[in-house]
Design a protein around this ligand. Structure first.
Ligand SMILES: [Zn+2]
Length: 408
């Protein structure tokens, strides 16, 4: 399970959620993830995440595996992650749709020619119809991205050594979902590129906005999710892939309406998944500050009001993963009069709570840049209220995420 921690103070509280799951027999490997974009905005380095993960696991006497994920990296920024990370999310979304050289397409077509016709995948009732045109289209869309994944993988492998890291291939930050059958051939081509990937993150049907619920057709998602899992099983056999290969869901956190479907399907097929949450742990920090009242509540309100003034700037880099309706955002003048409870209840994601405001929540989510600008003032407020803040972090991760997906 991927967890983010923008400001690096919540590791022990996050880990407590995994310990709690373990006492109930559910084994989940924590993966601390942070992208290059986050590092740049918060002014941190991959080594900081490594230090946090090592310290949290040492203090808590966590004896099991854990990882530090270089999240959404590419060949232009992977270098600085090499030393500190042992999990790499290779983001090749930008290369989807680029034109591949004709000879690469020929190789692809001849390699997969044997799947032309009616392709049956065990567990999926209807066979897929595969024509040369289908293969041609898949090659046209994905081949350059797959080759890029190969290039990044080789860079990492040459520096870290064979089998010394976990690789994920991600194509989720695009608008068009990949179909299960596209996923099948993508995995086949990745194996030809000698990418030893352990998880794969496609773009699923629907919107996965940051920190709020899924928007889309839940039944269509469930069907696609189940077919992806079955296609992965089939691909493991066909292409001799890593037996531990898992589907990865870059959830953006808080996809409560699809969690029950995911829980049902992984249980039905006895499969694991990699669930990547976004940096919503930082929203728990703001909730905790609001609850603390006084100066801390003032900081929470200050973050909101500055984020409100600069919303266009802050939202721009996240346009594809947020949907904020400005009309639903309360005016900072109104928020300045709010009580601790009113602020915390507006931000905390309890669907159906009369105060919950998904627009405010998304705005604060992208507003971590503002908190970073508060610098020590922000960090000290979080540290001064460590127990209260940590309780929010723990409860959110355990009660609202882990319990709903892995303990059903
Ligand atoms: Zn992602």
């Amino acid at each position: 399970m991927g967890i983010g921690d923008r400001f690096g103070l919540q590791g022990p509280y996050q880990l407590r959620a995994f310990e709690q799951a373990l006492t109930q027999g559910v084994e989940i490997t924590p993966v601390w993830n942070k992208s290059n974009r986050e590092h740049n905005i918060v002014h941190t380095f991959p080594e900081d995440v490594r230090k946090e993960a090592d310290a949290a696991t040492a203090t808590s006497k966590w004896k099991r595996e854990y990882f530090v994920d270089a999240d959404h990296i590419n060949n232009s920024n992977v270098e600085k992650f090499i030393g500190a990370s042992d999990f790499f999310t290779l983001d090749v979304a930008d290369f989807i749709g680029k034109e591949a050289p004709a000879k690469d397409i020929e190789t692809f077509l001849s390699s997969f020619k044997k799947y032309e016709g009616n392709l049956s995948v065990p567990g999926i009732a209807r066979p897929f119809e595969i024509s040369e045109k289908t293969l041609h289209e898949i090659a046209g869309k994905f081949l350059v991205a797959i080759r890029e994944a190969g290039a990044i993988f080789k860079t990492i492998e040459s520096k870290k050594g064979k089998d010394s890291f976990v690789a994920e291939v991600s194509m989720d930050e695009v608008s068009m979902p990949q179909t299960p059958i596209e996923l099948f051939f993508i995995m086949g081509a990745l194996s030809m590129e000698k990418v030893n990937f352990c998880t794969i993150a496609p773009k699923f049907t629907g919107r996965f906005n940051k920190g709020v619920d899924y928007v889309g057709d839940i039944k269509a998602f469930a069907r696609e999710f189940e077919e992806d899992i079955l296609v992965i099983d089939f691909a493991i056999q066909e292409f001799k892939l890593n037996r531990a290969l898992k589907l990865s869901v870059h959830s953006g956190s808080d996809k409560f309406s699809i969690y029950p479907e995911m829980a049902r399907i992984i249980r039905k097929h006895d499969r694991g998944i990699h669930l990547k949450t976004a940096g919503t742990t930082w929203l728990e920090e703001v909730t905790g500050l609001a609850m603390a009242g006084g100066e801390a509540l003032g900081i929470a309100k200050g973050i909101y009001s500055r984020a409100y003034e600069r919303r266009e700037d802050l939202c721009a880099p996240y346009a594809s993963v947020i949907d904020i309706h400005p009309d639903n955002l309360p005016r900072p003048e109104a928020v300045s009069g709010w009580s601790s409870e009113k602020f915390a209840n507006s931000l905390r994601h309890i669907p159906g709570h009369p105060d919950f405001n998904a627009d405010l929540r998304q705005l604060i989510h992208v507003g971590y840049k503002v908190a970073a600008e508060y610098g020590e003032v922000y960090l000290n407020a979080v540290k001064s209220n460590a127990d209260l803040v940590g309780k929010q972090v723990y409860e959110n991760l355990f009660e609202r995420h882990i319990r709903r997906i892995f303990m059903q």
